[in-house]
Design a protein around this ligand. Structure first.
Ligand code: 13P
Length: 252
């Protein structure tokens, strides 16, 4: 059975004090909840990871990073490695977010290197894929997503691919208030699952968690999460307020 996940990607938001309060509020709400097979993951900025993992030890959420480098150590000023994340007990990392592809020119090859480094150090990649508006309008969205998977995650051996969590995030839906319709999300998630089955096998495809991301909030989460191939969400804006984020978690 595949895991259901709601992950909050805070992006570049919150001061230390605000971050501490948000994590404490979320932890307090989760305390009284029966999460069953749902995992809640918070991905704050790097500088708050240690504080977050300290609180997580006594709480029902896990901690992920928003990025990492593909090298293990060395002269890479400003970068953070999988070894460092591992040493803080950070077990997840977002890789391939469209904002990093777009603003920092992260290409397929670099992303493949990051995925490999994460796997080497037992950190589960949350690998993002998704098309831009022009690609959807041109009808090339399936081809684009397939290429992103082909070039950055399908190089993994089956036993390693099993560690990967995927997130379909149509770029036109990120931060725009326009989410993919449940039908659009389901159609792409099913396509991704069938692509995994073709590349690996049916069992691996059925066991892969595929999250939806892009203007997912407390109002639309339920209808998205109810789709058979949508296994939860990667949440941006709506992960920045405790009540709103918890409402998304309870929609799963
Ligand atoms: P929004 O939920 O703000 O659209 O962001 C989605 C996202 O990019 C999560 O990684």
């Amino acid at each position: 059975m595949r895991k259901k996940i709601v992950a909050g990607n805070w992006k570049m938001n919150k001061t230390f004090g605000e971050a501490e309060k948000l994590i404490a509020d979320i932890a307090a709400s989760l305390e009284g909840m029966e999460l069953k097979d749902t995992e809640v993951i918070l991905c704050p900025p790097f500088v708050y990871l240690e504080m977050a993992t300290d609180i997580a030890e006594e709480s029902k959420f896990r901690v992920g990073a928003q990025n990492m480098n593909d090298h293990d150590l060395g002269a890479f000023t400003g970068e953070i490695s999988a070894i460092m994340l591992n040493s803080l007990d950070v077990k997840y990392v977002i890789i391939g977010h469209s904002e990093r592809r777009q603003h920092y020119n992260e290409n397929h090859e670099f992303l493949a290197g990051k995925v490999n480094a994460a796997i080497r150090h037992q950190i589960q990649p949350i690998f993002c894929c998704g098309e831009i508006l022009a690609e959807r309008e041109a009808g090339t969205h399936f081809t684009i997503v397939k290429k992103q998977l082909d070039d950055s995650v399908f190089q993994l051996l089956p036993e390693h691919f099993k560690q990967v969590i995927l997130a379909y995030e149509p770029v036109w839906a990120i931060g725009t208030g326009v989410n993919a319709t449940p039908e659009q999300a389901q159609e792409m998630h099913l396509y991704i699952r069938e692509t995994i089955a073709e590349k690996y096998d049916r069992q691996i495809a059925d066991d892969t968690t595929i999250l939806y991301g892009g203007s997912c909030n407390s109002k639309n989460a339920r209808e998205l999460f109810i789709q058979p191939d949508v296994d939860g969400g990667l949440i941006g804006g709506s992960s920045l307020k405790a009540d709103e984020f918890i409402a998304v978690v309870t929609s799963l």
